[in-house]
Structure formats: C-alpha cells, structure tokens
Design a binder for this molecule. Structure first.
Ligand SMILES: [Zn+2]
Length: 260
C-alpha cells in the first residue's frame, strides 16, 4: 500500500477545488461483484467469451448471437448487484455541488443507480439501444424483453433490424469522447478511480488535466509522476470512507500538507 495523499489531504484538496471531476474504471465496480473484464476473474478470462470477438462490430454484423449470450449473462448479473460506497460517495459529492460529473469507462449502470446525474460513459452503456436499420431507440427494459423472447432482439420495422445496445464496440466511434475531453481539459482536480490507465484513449485524460490528479487504485497504474500528481494504492471503498468522514462529518482535523 502506498499513500501519497492521506484521506484528510484528499478531502482538503476536494474542498479547495472548484471544478472537480472523476474518471472511473473497472476497479470501482469489482467490489460490487462486476468482474473486472480483464482481471484474474474477469468475464474475459473464464474462457466463455472472447472479448475481441464479442465486442467486434464486424463480427456483430455477421453474427450477433455470441454478443447477446454475453448480454443476457451480464443482465442477470446486474439484477444482483448494488453500487459500492465509492459510487455513492461520488453521487453525494455531485449532489453537494462539489463534483461536476463522472467520466466512466464502465458499461454497467452503477453510477446511475447510485444517483449520479452527470455521467459521461465513454464506452457507452446498456441504458439505451438502437435498431441498426431504422435507428429507432429502445429502452433497456424493451431490449431485455425482446432478448428474453428471441435469440436476437429485432425491431418492428419492415427490415427487422437487430437492436444493438449503445455499448461502444471495437471499430466504433467513442461518441461521448468530445465531452469527456472537454471536461478533463477544464477541471482543476481529477479523481481517477479504479483504472489502471492502460486502456487507450481513457489513459490520455489525466494527461490533459491541467490541475491536480489523484489516482486511487488497487495495484499499479500507468501515471507519469509530476507536481500535483498523487498515487494512492488502496482499497477504494476503505479510502473514500475515510475521505468522506473528513469531508462530511468534519470530525477529523486536517493534517498539514507535507508537500507544501
Ligand atoms: Zn428498425
């Protein structure tokens, strides 16, 4: 464990910043039971699914059945999971006016379920879906219902187009990327949580952040050291419980910043 920034210093940094944003990766959801796709127990490592195929848009166009098998498994998993402390902490920060929004690499709905309003999902999510022929929009519930009745959910249009969830596949544009890049470029504090910063292009966001960057992750990350760059190797929920106590309970006295 390495703490370049104590929880009370982190709380002080949040309190002293005006444009705080968060960037989250798989690590925020692993405690909720969503397997880190590429982690040791990740859904990709079980041998059941080959991510390079499941999320390949060309493969999907040829044969979407494997993707929908995966999507059904994921939907089953989603019914049994709940947001973690860290998800709820970020939602509270936003509600208290201390956080502008969350940029996430995750496709699960946990930030929304926790109550976050401004969520920029750079890899898309399952909240919506569209017919690949006529473009008609479907909600998650409508898509699920059609998935339960047929191997491949199809639209009512004359062409019977495949209904594709709004998850970004390999080979597709990151439609929310411009908003994510704008947020990152204008923030004065970026909390980067549960991301090893190895997946491009999300890994670029901390580099364009002009202010402080606090990276909290269990395990090593790819972060260039520099002034205003802090790395905390810790359990996310444990760390932010302590930060939350300093911020909202106001009991713990703030420690002097040893870097000042
Ligand atoms: Zn259609």
């Amino acid at each position: 464990m390495s703490l370049e920034l104590s929880p009370s210093q982190c709380a002080e940094l949040i309190r002293g910043s005006k444009r705080v944003i968060a960037l989250t990766g798989a690590g925020v959801s692993t405690a909720a039971g969503v397997a880190d796709f590429r982690g040791p127990n990740g859904i990709y490592r079980t041998g059941q699914y080959d991510p390079d195929r499941v999320f390949d848009i060309e493969h999907f166009r040829r044969d979407p059945r494997e993707f929908f098998r995966f999507a059904r498994d994921l939907a089953g998993l989603m019914e049994s999971i709940e947001p973690t402390f860290t998800h709820r902490f970020l939602a509270r920060l936003e509600a208290e006016g201390m956080l502008l929004g969350v940029i996430t690499q995750n496709v699960d709905p946990l930030h929304h379920l926790a109550g976050s309003k401004h969520v920029v999902s750079i890899h898309g999510d399952f909240a919506g879906a569209h017919c690949m022929k006529c473009g008609r929009a479907y909600t998650y519930a409508e898509t699920l219902e059609r998935m339960s009745k047929a191997e491949i959910p199809r639209c009512d249009c004359t062409e019977g187009g495949v209904i594709k969830p709004d998850v970004v596949f390999f080979g597709e544009q990151l439609s929310q990327w411009p908003e994510a890049a704008d947020l990152a470029a204008a923030c004065d504090l970026m909390l980067t949580l549960g991301s090893s910063l190895q997946v491009h292009p999300a890994s670029m966001l901390p580099r364009v952040a002009p202010g402080a960057v606090v990276v909290v992750n269990q395990g090593s990350v790819r972060l260039e050291p520099g002034p205003g760059r802090y790395f905390v190797d810790a359990d996310l929920d444990e760390y932010f419980r302590a930060v939350s106590e300093c911020l909202f309970e106001g009991s713990a006295p703030l420690e002097p910043d040893s870097r000042a």
